[in-house]
Ligand binder design. Structure first.
Ligand SMILES: Cc1cc2nc3c(=O)[nH]c(=O)nc-3n(C[C@H](O)[C@H](O)[C@H](O)COP(=O)(O)OP(=O)(O)OC[C@H]3O[C@@H](n4cnc5c(N)ncnc54)[C@H](O)[C@@H]3O)c2cc1C
Ligand code: FES
Ligand code: FES
Length: 512
């Protein structure tokens, strides 16, 4: 924790966290930097309609909607009457991240006896039994309704299934809930008046950026400019960087860890920008998983399914690509794919930036090459190489919102029927996501035929010594990794390549 002078501490404690809630700007003083939005809602605001189930972002019972001004929000969100909306899990979002934003919970839908179409449709289609999950479903449906109606579109059932994939129900079964989601669009529309929220957010945007200390002295600072973020982190290198909180939130709710000083990068609009510069896809570290993956899948449609299987919308809209890369989990889904694409990272410490290949970033289990005070600024994906055959595979027990037992990002550069270059990266096979050097060597310069495949499968066994854990045994991981190479061959072999519809086990789902 940085040493604050008594005057600093007094000033920082005097600044409230301000956000729009239920028709007015709320000011919260002295909240711990890690107090969850859910605890504040239920315990302080007494909005107990929002439920707590898992407290780890998995069940969706706590789903709320955050509204932001478009210029501050993830540019991938389409604004609805001046407000960008996204669903989030209130249980793993920290209260100070709401500063300058609008919070909508199921309590906002209350209008006497009149039900919102999302609620009415659930009643009509028998989409609720014990009702514990229902407020979360209602909020995901409300956001869906507002967004699609504003865009003048009617979503497909498969798109609705994805939008509701972050909400679990133990009683009802998903068929009636999906029926309700479709039915909602047949009922008379009820567009929410966002004008008061927009006006409040515009007024709050004139105020200072958040820089507060809680009663324990821990600082929560949320710079709005990139250079300011870099300066704050350089001056206070012991601080914990916070992005979407979809990993860090669980350190608090599940491991009860104290985080000390926190530097939140979610206010820096520059870090959310995604652009193409000289063929390089340049993704700000603060871009949401949803927007970043959409950009990757636009360039490489083979990645679309992995995008759908990456958590669920509330996590995808809060979590960032930079957070996935920096967290460095051996079972994180993006690093293997990004390694296959030869991604590089731009790292920043104060005014200094440097570039590093992603594959050189991980030094050991949850250890990376960041120096104290340094952060990931951008993820740079070079233009696709000639003859690129790319695949991303995720192996987990469920299609939706499940952590991988293993995942693979596999890229070959083919010249005729020969392999010019190979990048075979696997997650879940070692302490870090890494490339299978021996399997790659077995392929380079060879004809892409079954003999080469077999040699690569054998070599792969020497590349990794996987562990057994609750998700899969070591033997399962070995076999599945080798089978994924076979799947790659079946889908990309020079003669008789199979479409993925013949090699995949899940039905196709539409991507948002
Ligand atoms: C229900 C659920 C489902 C999930 N499903 C998946 C899944 O399918 N696949 C998957 O890979 N992951 C999954 N995750 C994990 C998580 O969503 C991702 O790892 C996410 O990308 C983390 O990003 P964040 O912005 O939330 O990071 P945070 O939680 O804010 O931070 C994570 C770590 O990265 C550091 N950090 C963040 N940004 C930066 C930066 N720019 N520079 C330096 N350090 C930084 C933080 O200090 C922290 O150490 C899931 C999580 C939940 C709760
Ligand atoms: S309580 Fe389960 S996702 Fe928040
Ligand atoms: S109605 Fe009981 S958990 Fe969904």
């Amino acid at each position: 924790m940085t040493q604050a002078t008594p005057a600093d501490a007094m000033q920082a404690m005097a600044q409230p966290i301000r956000f729009f809630h239920r028709g007015q700007i709320v000011e919260v003083h002295g909240a711990a930097g890690t107090r969850s939005v859910l605890d504040w809602l239920r315990e302080d605001a007494r909005c107990t309609g929002t439920k707590e189930g898992c407290n780890e972002g998995d069940c969706g019972a706590c789903t709320v909607v955050v509204g932001e001004l478009p210029e501050q929000a993830d540019p991938g969100l389409t604004p609805v009457r001046g407000l960008s909306l996204r669903t989030v899990n209130a249980c793993i979002q920290f209260l100070p991240t709401l500063h300058g934003k609008a919070l909508f919970s199921v309590a906002d839908l209350q209008q006497g006896e009149l039900l919102h179409p999302a609620q009415q449709a659930l009643v009509e289609c028998h989409g609720s039994q014990c009702g514990f999950c229902t407020p979360g479903f209602v909020m995901s449906m409300w956001a869906s309704c507002e967004q699609h109606q504003a865009a003048g579109e009617r979503p497909s059932r498969s798109l609705l299934a994805d939008e509701l994939s972050g909400n679990l129900c133990r009683c009802t079964g998903y068929r009636p809930i999906l029926d309700a989601a479709e039915r909602m669009f047949e009922l008379p529309p009820q567009a929410t008046d966002f004008a008061p929220a927009v006006a409040a957010l515009q007024a709050m945007a004139q105020g200072p950026a958040l820089d507060v200390r809680d009663p324990s002295g821990a600082r929560f600072v949320a710079p709005r400019r990139l250079d300011e973020l870099a300066r704050v982190l350089e001056a206070a290198p012991q601080s914990r960087v916070l992005a979407g909180s979809t990993d860090v939130g669980l350190w608090v709710t599940k491991q009860f860890r104290a985080l000390g000083d926190i530097v939140y990068l979610g206010e820096v609009a520059e870090l959310k920008r995604i652009e193409e510069v000289d063929g390089v896809l340049d993704i700000g570290a603060g871009a949401s998983l949803q927007s970043a993956w959409r950009a990757l899948a636009q360039r490489h449609p083979e990645l679309a399914e992995m995008g759908l299987r990456f958590a669920a919308p509330p996590v995808r809209q809060a979590g960032t690509l930079g957070g996935n890369v920096a967290n460095g989990s051996p079972i994180g889904d993006s690093p293997a794919v990004l390694m296959a694409l030869q991604a590089r990272l731009r790292l920043r410490l104060g005014a200094r930036t440097r570039e590093l290949a992603l594959e050189d970033f991980y030094l050991g289990y949850m250890k990376n090459a960041l120096e104290p005070g340094e952060f990931v600024e951008r993820i740079l994906v070079p233009p696709p190489a000639a003859g690129l055959a790319l695949r991303a595979y995720k192996v987990s027990k469920r299609f939706d919102c499940d952590i991988s037992a293993l995942s693979a990002g596999l890229a070959l550069e083919l010249e005729g029927d020969r392999v010019r270059a190979a990048r075979l990266a696997f997650g879940g096979m070692a302490a870090v996501v890494k490339r299978a050097g021996q399997a790659e060597a077995a392929l380079i310069g060879r004809a892409w035929d079954e003999a080469a495949l077999r040699d690569a499968q054998l070599a792969l066994q020497h590349d990794f010594t996987p562990l057994s854990d609750m998700r899969a045994s070591a033997e399962h991981r070995r076999r599945v990794a080798a089978n994924l190479l076979r799947r790659l061959w079946l889908e990309t072999r020079p003669q008789g390549a199979l479409p993925s519809s013949l090699t995949r086990v899940f039905p196709v789902r539409a991507m948002n």
